[in-house]
Design a protein around this ligand. Structure first.
Ligand code: PEP
Length: 252
């Protein structure tokens, strides 16, 4: 099955001001004619406070807004949280869940991630589920085991796999400048797809899109995207530059 590519730009807590964010979006507009929207979906994850204000500009570029996170609860006494329903209410149809910074800096467990995915499935929000191993785990030969554990926690919550994208993001590659080699990424992502086949079904394994994330740049993306199990990228640092459009163009 031909899977449509998907590229995400995860801005994290950047840039420093909304003014800079608007300038970046204006720069992107210049590169837009190169993007074939029938071949690639592009989602942008700005800081939460700007999701609504930047949405018209992002959507004007043919891209969609994606939250960086979502709560695991429904509406109620949960100070500082937002729900999957809040996202839909704002017209936001996508969220990341389980980014390694949420897991390592905010103590999110596999169970938390699964609950969040469940809430999004209940209401129809698309999820980019981030999974991936640490350097220690890779060096200990535990890469596939970790990915299976993180993905396996979520599988019971998923009823609609059309609303799930997996982002394989080795923690050692995130923000470090140390990109996985195309062969490393392909081998791991093929194993993730194989696991989906055995744990869910061949049809699901075939259709679920798996992004690679971790120090992707305009320079290294062209070779990565030639690999059959890499269906796009989740991009952090390089998504804060005008040249992010080059990544999108090379994929699409
Ligand atoms: C990320 O934060 O998801 C990420 C992949 O970051 P970077 O591209 O900067 O490594």
């Amino acid at each position: 099955m031909a899977r449509k590519f998907i590229v995400g730009g995860n801005w994290k807590c950047n840039p420093a001001s909304a003014k800079e964010a608007n300038s970046l979006l204006k720069e992107w507009k210049k590169g837009l004619p190169n993007v074939d929207k029938s071949k690639v979906d592009v989602v942008i994850c700005p800081p939460a406070l700007w999701m609504s204000t930047l949405a018209p500009s992002i959507e004007g570029l043919g891209m969609e807004v994606c939250s960086q996170n979502v709560g695991k609860t429904d509406a109620g006494a949960f100070t500082g949280e937002w729900t999957a329903g809040n996202l839909l209410d704002l017209g936001i149809k996508w969220t990341l869940i389980g980014h390694s910074e949420r897991r390592t800096k905010y103590g999110e467990t596999d169970a938390d991630v699964a609950e969040k995915v469940g809430k999004c499935q209940d209401i129809g929000v698309n999820v980019i589920l981030c999974i991936g191993e640490t350097l220690e785990e890779r060096e200990g030969g535990k890469t596939d085991e970790v990915n299976k554990r993180q993905l396996g926690a979520v599988i019971p919550k998923v009823k609609d796999w059309d609303k799930i994208v997996i982002a394989y993001e080795p923690v050692w590659a995130i923000g470090t400048g140390k990109v996985a080699t195309p062969d490393q990424a392909e081998e791991t992502q093929a194993a993730i797809r194989e696991y989906l086949k055995s744990a869910v079904s061949a049809a699901v394994a075939d259709k679920v899109r798996i992004q690679y994330g971790g120090s992707v740049t305009p320079e290294n993306c062209a070779e990565l995207i030639t690999k059959p199990n890499i269906d796009g990228f989740l991009v952090g640092g390089a998504s804060l530059k005008p040249s992010f459009m080059d990544i999108v163009s090379k994929v699409g």
